[in-house]
Ligand binder design. Structure first.
Ligand code: GLC
Length: 555
């Protein structure tokens, strides 16, 4: 694949940036972020080097799950603007070379959605079978609570219809019945609508629950993965370059199925929850072994598919794939107070507080994640080291307003503080100490460092497209990966320990190698008779590109 062709599969080598319109920038002073405000901040995102914005839900919603409970898929929450503002935003982003994807939340709707209201009132009407209804709670239906402690059951009796409906999430989020062709058709219509308005694809919410047929009384002959494959085919008929990035938090071999068969014809990308949790354990232990083990457990992907690698996302930091004792290790180090934990499986903090503001450790976590096989996914504010506000309940603690300056409300809004959609972060990580404006003026800031990291990552397509393998290292504190792509080779080395590490790497085939050029990070390095020596500082990172005799470009 030539470098020009890589843009056909742009998702393999870009940097995603997830944000919530309502907490990013208020453009009209009412305390709620909106599309006008966001549009004013596009140049900031362009300067950072973001390639694709992922918008969290922005549709009308009673907001009982921060917008993941939708009442109308075909418009914008009026507090955030209107469709015109949306199109202005998309148009401006595109002008700056930034694509936009958005959450596709169609496992369930809000209970206030007119479809659900019609479904409960008229079982024989056109929406009667839009949801998963049962006269009695079935014995053989799905099991397990997604929000233990907050959610009590997954079947709730609806007094109006006199039947039970399935809700994998909260009781106010009834699950749509995808065995009904009209529902699948409606999902396609939603996808088609937003593509037409300029989206480049979707972050597909809760994919494994979306395609689930367990609990449906008459699933017919619906093949769940066939349904996902058909949705993908529809999407790419409408727009050949549109992408589906899925939320599938399952074991590695189960996630692999969601990419489709050997052609990779279902989800283009999946968020890599397994690797994310292994990185967490590795960071706490100062040991790369959990990461290496996880990389080995991930099954190879078809050529056009990709992982989305992240450090923190908008939910709790779920550690559900770790063993109980491993999870306890991470809790002890990163969130010992039960008030910092959630659902018995996760943490409701952002990274900088968990790491006590240790800049070396924080930077190592991001450099490491950006150097793993996949495309990086940032959550707004990570680039400046924003913290959480534990006063905000549950998972929402990490969704405080973006910190633009040391001014009132961190520059998020000109409204009175008690009018804000959510309170800003308080204390040592509040806007006085952590904000965009100050960090832009400081060459050594996390923001400027992150900008360099993003630039380096985008200019290293070997990581996004190449074959990779871990290299032996004398100390397990170091993760060393070799990437090969189109006759080019890159070595990526990270030290998870606070102490320096001196490495001798045996990178395998070195024929034609003449030298090494530094892409990113600080280290002493040398190529000598097929051996690579790298001296890393504590928490040090180094990405190196091999120079070959027959290179047509001198790196
Ligand atoms: C996904 C989202 C989460 C939301 C849930 C229900 O897990 O990441 O924020 O609450 O789906 O839609």
């Amino acid at each position: 694949m030539s470098i020009a062709r890589t843009s056909d599969v742009w998702w393999k080598n870009t940097v995603f940036y997830c944000l919530d319109v309502e907490t990013f920038q208020d453009g009209d002073g009412d305390g709620v972020g909106d599309f006008q405000g966001l549009t004013q901040r596009i140049d900031y995102l362009a300067g950072l080097g973001v390639g694709c914005i992922w918008l969290m839900p922005f549709h009308p919603s009673p907001n009982r799950d921060d917008g993941y409970d939708i009442t109308d898929y075909y418009t914008v929450d009026p507090r955030l603007g209107d469709l015109g503002d949306f199109v202005e935003f998309i148009r401006t982003a595109r002008d700056r070379g930034i694509r936009v994807i958005a959450d596709l939340v169609v496992n369930h709707t809000s209970e206030e959605h007119p479809w659900f209201q019609a479904s409960r009132e008229d079982p024989d009407g056109p929406f009667g079978d839009f949801y998963v209804w049962r006269a009695e709670k079935p014995e053989d239906g799905p099991t397990g609570l997604i929000f233990p402690g907050v959610q009590e059951e997954i079947w709730t009796r609806d007094e109006v219809r006199g039947q039970y409906y399935l809700h994998r999430f909260y009781r106010h989020q009834p699950d749509l019945n995808v065995a009904t062709p009209k529902v699948r058709h409606e999902i396609e219509k939603i996808v088609g609508f937003w593509l037409e308005l300029g989206l480049s694809g979707f972050r597909v919410d809760a994919v494994n629950f979306l395609i689930e047929v367990d609990g449906i009384e008459e699933p017919g002959d619906l093949d769940p993965h066939g349904f996902l494959g058909n949705l993908r085919a529809f999407l790419n008929r409408r727009d050949g370059q549109a992408v589906m990035l899925g939320e599938v938090n399952l074991e590695p071999e189960d996630v692999r199925r969601f990419f489709g068969d050997e052609d990779g014809d279902e989800l283009h990308m999946c968020l890599n929850f397994n690797l994310n949790q292994a990185v967490g354990l590795g960071l706490v232990r100062h040991d790369a072994e959990p990461i290496r083990r996880c990389l080995e457990a991930l099954l190879p992907l078809p050529p056009d598919n990709q992982w989305g690698n992240f450090v923190r996302n908008h939910d709790e930091w779920s550690l559900d794939k770790l063993s109980e004792s491993e999870r306890q290790e991470v809790f002890d180090a990163f969130g010992p107070d039960p008030a910092m934990q959630l659902y018995g499986r996760g943490l409701r903090r952002r990274l900088p507080t968990m790491m006590d503001g240790d800049q070396g450790w924080i930077r190592l976590a991001y450099a490491l994640t950006f150097g793993l096989p996949g495309a990086p996914v940032l959550f707004y504010g990570e680039e400046i080291g924003m913290a959480e506000n534990l006063e905000i309940p549950g998972r929402l603690s990490v969704r405080a307003p973006m910190q633009w300056s040391s001014g009132p409300n961190g520059g998020f809004s000109t409204a009175e503080p008690d009018q804000l959609r959510r309170p800003v972060v308080q204390g040592a990580f509040g806007p006085d100490e952590v904000n965009v404006a100050d960090q832009q003026q400081d060459e050594q800031s996390l923001l400027n460092w992150m900008e360099r990291l993003i630039r380096a990552r985008k200019a290293t397509p070997e990581i996004g497209h190449g074959d990779w393998r871990p290299l032996e290292t004398a100390t397990t504190a170091v993760l060393a990966l070799r990437y090969d792509w189109e006759g080019r080779t890159v070595l990526v080395v990270h030290n998870l320990a606070a102490e320096p590490a001196a490495l001798q790497l045996e990178p395998g085939d070195t024929s034609g190698w003449e030298g090494l050029s530094r892409i990113f990070g600080e280290a002493e390095y040398r190529l000598d008779a097929g051996r690579v020596t790298v001296d890393l500082q504590g928490f040090g990172s180094c990405w190196l590109r091999v120079r070959c005799a027959n290179d047509t470009i001198r790196w």
